[in-house]
Design a protein around this ligand. Structure first.
Ligand SMILES: [Zn+2]
Length: 637
């Protein structure tokens, strides 16, 4: 029997290191964290940070919670906050969570609420005896963010109980030493879509990503292969989601429909974006008259079980398994997954989708890890032809097309994905207007883009340094540039199409539905206009047909009869805005990743692309590379 870090050991360790004057009343597991309740927190926070030192020596995440008995009256606590926090912080709201004993201080500049080295936050805790949580007031008001926060808030009791259960499981003693490690390819191997890989680590099973393949014809290829013997929902310990794209998280609510009630780990922005796209997935199904396999209730249950982690934060997710998320540079909140297994037995990095290159929106993916033996990486653009033009050339081309179109009195339509590409293009356009590279015309935004942008503005610390600096130090938010005009449902699209020169950004990215399709119908027959594709057009979509030269296309069916439109507008494609690494970036990542892995496993790519990349990696870097088939089991140790 192996001694784990179970509660008595941990409790003894904490009690030994904490001065008795702090008056500890309770020590409890709370998900991956350990909550220490004290009556007199000031002892721990004056002078050196005792809690941080204890956490470091026990290698556990510890949160300090004032005992419920000593908490100040809420009105009094609010008064203290207003007294201690300088007015420049711009506090917009203070609210409380009675179950968790937390006080949320919503401010325009949460950095000021935190104070230098977290000093002000400590003072707030000592004086109010609530645990203060600084929250950024979203610069763009979003009903969506509000309703997700309200859902979590309302179910605080449920979450509290869930976290205690999860905590017990994480910190339980292990019956056997971890000595086996297997990967089961449930989806997203030699294909793009339904990413799901199951890791069996001793007694625990951890699912990395849980996606759908939206273009599939039937359920068996739309969802990961959950029906095989190796997959048993009751033995699933944890789910980790790398990012909020449907092919990585679209099947998550299905697990909850099947009865999973364990934790889902991801970054905070991923949690919000995931809520947005899962809800949209259901709305679209509804509009198209399809019955989705899960309901909004399952989406909500999934959200209630989501535990968000910051990048770089080391967290226990099972006995002997430590998870750390690192920036993946793909979309807001996207993460690479680092797993440290069995006290140094093995280290895995699963990249998810990643961009090892600069974009306007995000910093490039991380490539330095504390330890690494097995690298599981995506291979979407793994073929020799998958080399994209440089960002500079790509932006120059976009700007040139826009200028020529506007000069001849035309308008520009750019179909975009609501999450990621839309914001990248917004930043490119905001910069072009600011530098006077294009005329200052209205840039209309329609579709889910606005909600998604609001989520981006709520997490500026996750954006590229240049954008962050603009927001923090220059007080300029490029997403709020005055040229951007958000359109709501019900406005007259015809007025826009027949009005002054303008640029229109609308969903969906492949013209198969949404406002982009409506604009296309109105704009297609005017040769002065331009349509610019900035995202990959999947086979079988209207976008792909137009991109490949179709000049008369069916745009809808009325009473079963096709309605066609003549395509007279100019059609352009600007490659290079992708959130994925191209082939050169994939190879450069393998070259630079530190430390050098012992083996590489490739996923997330069409069969030929995966094989082609495998060959090159093997040739250039002399590393063993595997390309598992769907449902293949790979023994890692
Ligand atoms: Zn993705």
């Amino acid at each position: 029997m192996v001694q784990g870090n179970h509660l008595t050991n941990v409790r003894d360790g904490i009690l030994k290191s904490i001065p008795p004057e702090a008056r500890v009343t309770k020590i409890e597991f709370e998900g991956p964290e350990i909550a220490v309740y004290v009556k007199n927190p000031s002892v721990l926070l004056s002078g050196g940070d005792v809690v941080r030192m204890v956490a470091k020596s026990l290698r556990k995440r510890i949160v300090l919670r004032p005992d419920p008995e000593v908490r100040k009256d809420k009105e009094e606590a609010k008064k203290i906050v207003y007294e201690l926090v300088p007015p420049e912080a711009g506090i917009t709201n203070i609210y409380f969570d009675d179950v968790m004993g937390e006080m949320f201080v919503e401010a325009k500049k949460p950095g000021i609420v935190i104070g230098k080295n977290g000093m002000l936050l400590k003072q707030l805790l000592v004086h109010t005896l609530w645990r203060p949580i600084p929250v950024r007031t979203p610069p763009l008001k979003s009903k969506f963010i509000e309703s997700v926060s309200a859902l979590l808030h309302k179910n605080s009791n449920y979450r509290f109980k869930m976290l205690r259960e999860v905590g017990k499981r994480i910190h339980r003693p292990l019956l056997y030493k971890i000595d086996n490690l297997r990967l089961v390819a449930l989806g997203g191997f030699k294909e793009v879509g339904r990413s799901a890989l199951l890791l069996e680590v001793g007694e625990d099973k951890i699912l990395l990503d849980c996606g759908v393949k939206p273009s599939s014809k039937d359920y068996t290829s739309e969802f990961p292969s959950f029906w095989i013997d190796d997959f048993d929902i009751d033995s699933l310990t944890a789910v980790v989601i790398t990012h909020a794209h449907l092919d990585h998280c679209g099947a998550l609510p299905l697990l909850f429909k099947f009865g999973y009630r364990g934790p889902v780990y991801c970054s905070e922005p991923t949690k919000m974006l995931m809520a947005l796209i899962l809800k949209d997935y259901l709305d679209v199904a509804d509009k198209e008259g399809r019955t989705p396999i899960y309901s909004l209730r399952d989406v909500k249950t999934a959200l209630l079980h989501t535990i968000s982690l910051n990048h770089g934060e080391v967290t226990d997710i099972a006995p002997g398994v430590k998870l750390t998320l690192h920036n993946a540079g793909h979309i807001l909140g996207s993460s690479m997954v680092h797993l440290h297994i069995g006290e140094g037995l093995h280290n895995i990095v699963y990249t998810g989708d990643f961009k090892y290159g600069r974009t306007r929106l995000l910093e490039p993916a991380s490539y330095v890890f504390p330890r690494l033996e097995t690298l599981i990486m995506e291979s979407t653009y793994g073929a020799p032809g998958d080399v994209m033009p440089s960002r500079e050339d790509c932006e120059a081309k976009l700007i040139d097309i826009i200028n020529r179109t506007l000069e001849r009195g035309g308008k520009v339509l750019i179909p975009v994905l609501a999450v990621g590409r839309a914001q990248e293009i917004m930043l490119v356009l905001a910069n072009a207007v600011e530098k006077k590279l294009i005329p200052s015309v209205p840039i209309y935004i329609e579709g889910m883009i606005q909600e998604s942008t609001a989520i981006h503005t709520a997490y500026p610390e996750s954006l590229a340094r240049e954008v962050r600096d603009k927001i923090f130090y220059e007080d300029v938010n490029p997403f709020l540039a005055e040229n951007f005009v958000t359109l709501t449902k019900g406005h007259a699209r015809l007025d826009i199409v027949e009005g002054e020169p303008c640029i229109i950004l609308a969903t969906s990215g492949m013209l198969n539905a949404g406002p982009a399709l409506e604009y296309f119908k109105l704009m297609a027959e005017d040769e002065r206009n331009s349509l610019i594709f900035v995202a990959y057009q999947v086979e079988g979509t209207l976008g792909r047909a137009i991109q490949e030269g179709a000049r008369e296309v069916v745009v809808e069916y009325v009473n079963g009869r096709p309605v066609t439109v003549k395509v007279k507008m100019e059609i352009h494609t600007c490659e290079g805005f992708s959130g994925h690494s191209d082939r050169r970036q994939l190879l450069r990542f393998v070259e630079r990743v530190t430390p050098k892995p012992h083996r590489i496993i490739l996923c997330h790519g069409e069969s030929e692309k995966t094989s082609s990349l495998a060959l090159s990696i093997h040739r250039y870097f002399k590393l063993p590379v595997e390309t598992p088939e769907h449902l293949e089991v790979v023994k890692i140790r």
